[in-house]
Design a protein. Structure first.
Ligand SMILES: *[C@@H]1O[C@H](CO)[C@@H](O)[C@H](O)[C@H]1NC(C)=O
Ligand SMILES: *[C@@H]1O[C@H](CO)[C@@H](O)[C@H](O)[C@H]1NC(C)=O
Ligand SMILES: [Cu+2]
Length: 384
């Protein structure tokens, strides 16, 4: 008994000294083993193509609204000067009245159409969330941005590889947008990223520069990821993930341009040629969505905590754009949905009343509320 107590005390003393007296100055970790991140499951572009229904011809990809925009809004803060149109309403302004003016919704501008000033403000808005305290309600989160990451990690089993995927991630991007606007004062239009224009050359996009999301290095010769140590997010420590764990790790990337090359307009269109929501969803999820994640690599390639890389939201804005383009193909696609809402056998069918939630980070909503991006809950369109 006495011996046991003594040895416990000794173990305690050793543990404390290890924590308080660093053995030597820690060498900064610059590379990271990719095995811990895993990858998103995929289908091949050929599979998506050969099984696609021959409907691409009738699926337009033009703007999802018609009519003239009123040019009365003079809030220049929200204007993206690169863009030709005068779309100056923020999403919260547009939806504030409880009804969306379909002729004057907020516009999400493709990154190339987004001004240099807006790009900087957007990145700084994300940094602002990272510099704010966590609410303390989300496992593992050490700052406000990580509250979001933790929500995704915790809900992973219910929001992936089932019908909830596209609608939940649309809601999740909206939750992110609400935090940016309400807690970091971001008051401009939102961007999105047309990945198909950067397929095979993601690393050359100006998204991946020190000014914006930081560089996109390739795998090292021994197959490792690289910690991002320059730019706005340089030297970032992530506390949520990898996987379902909570292990401090760096923001790492490891681009594979052979994977990003498959994120083509053809692949997106092949998926969007499916007429059933859930078929389209499965194709997008395991197709362009998965290749974008795996292509950027490391943190982004890990299903549960991938929002730890802030470029996650640019990627999911792209995924949401593809979903909206599919919806433009038929009016019924904003009012009907099919597929499984859970993993039960037999599963519970998803309906317009299925609840979407964020573990309390933001109020719950329903599938029906997010189906139309020009409805009462959401009020935005994409610039093209
Ligand atoms: C945005 O860019 C795309 C392609 O680069 C172009 O087709 C589109 O018209 C632009 N939209 C606006 C609003 O400038
Ligand atoms: C939000 O939805 C979750 C899951 O359905 C539920 O447990 C929770 O009680 C809901 N919260 C509110 C405030 O309705
Ligand atoms: Cu996800």
């Amino acid at each position: 008994m006495r011996f046991t107590l003594t040895s416990h005390a000794l173990v305690g003393a050793v543990a404390v000294s290890a924590l308080t007296v660093p053995r030597s100055v820690e060498k900064r970790l610059t590379h990271i083993d990719l095995a811990q991140f895993g990858s998103f499951p995929t289908i091949s572009p050929e599979q998506a193509h050969s099984e696609a229904e021959a409907l691409t011809a009738i699926l337009g990809d033009g703007p999802q609204f018609s009519g003239h925009k009123s040019n009365t809004n003079t809030n220049t803060n929200n204007k993206s000067p690169v863009a030709a149109v005068d779309d100056t309403t923020t999403e919260s302004e547009a939806a504030a009245a409880g009804t969306c003016d379909r002729n004057n919704p907020a516009v999400r501008f493709e990154w190339r159409n987004y001004s240099a000033d807006d790009k900087k403000a957007f990145v700084n808005g994300i940094k602002c969330l990272m510099d704010k305290d966590s609410s303390g309600s989300f496992p593992g989160a050490k700052n406000r941005y990580e509250d979001l990451v933790s929500v995704h990690q915790q809900l992973t089993p219910t929001i992936h590889q089932r019908a909830t995927f596209l609608v939940w991630h649309r809601y999740y991007v909206h939750v992110f947008e609400s935090l940016m606007r309400e807690e970091c004062g971001f008051n401009r239009a939102f961007p999105w990223w047309d990945e198909t224009l950067d397929a095979g050359k993601f690393a050359q996009s100006d998204l991946f520069t020190d000014e914006h999301f930081g560089p996109l290095p390739g795998k090292t010769s021994d197959g490792q990821g690289t910690c991002i140590d320059t730019g706005t997010f340089g030297g970032l420590t992530l506390h949520v993930g990898p996987g379902s764990g909570f292990t401090d790790h760096c923001l790492a990337r490891a681009v594979d341009e052979s994977l990003t090359a498959t994120v083509s307009a053809q692949f997106v269109q092949d998926c969007n040629s499916r007429t059933s929501y859930d078929d389209m969803r499965g194709c997008q999820e395991l197709g362009p969505h998965a290749y974008g994640h795996n292509g950027v690599g490391a943190v982004m390639a890990e299903v549960q905590a991938s929002p730890g890389d802030p470029v996650f939201f640019m990627h999911h804005l792209f995924v949401d754009h593809s979903f909206r383009i599919w919806q433009n193909g038929d009016a019924s696609r904003t009012t009907t949905i099919n597929g499984c809402a859970d993993g039960n056998n037999p599963c519970t069918a998803i309906t317009m009343d299925t609840v979407l939630h964020s573990n309390g980070l933001r109020p719950n909503t329903t599938v029906g509320a997010v189906m139309d991006t020009l409805g009462d809950y959401l009020c935005y369109r994409y610039d093209y």
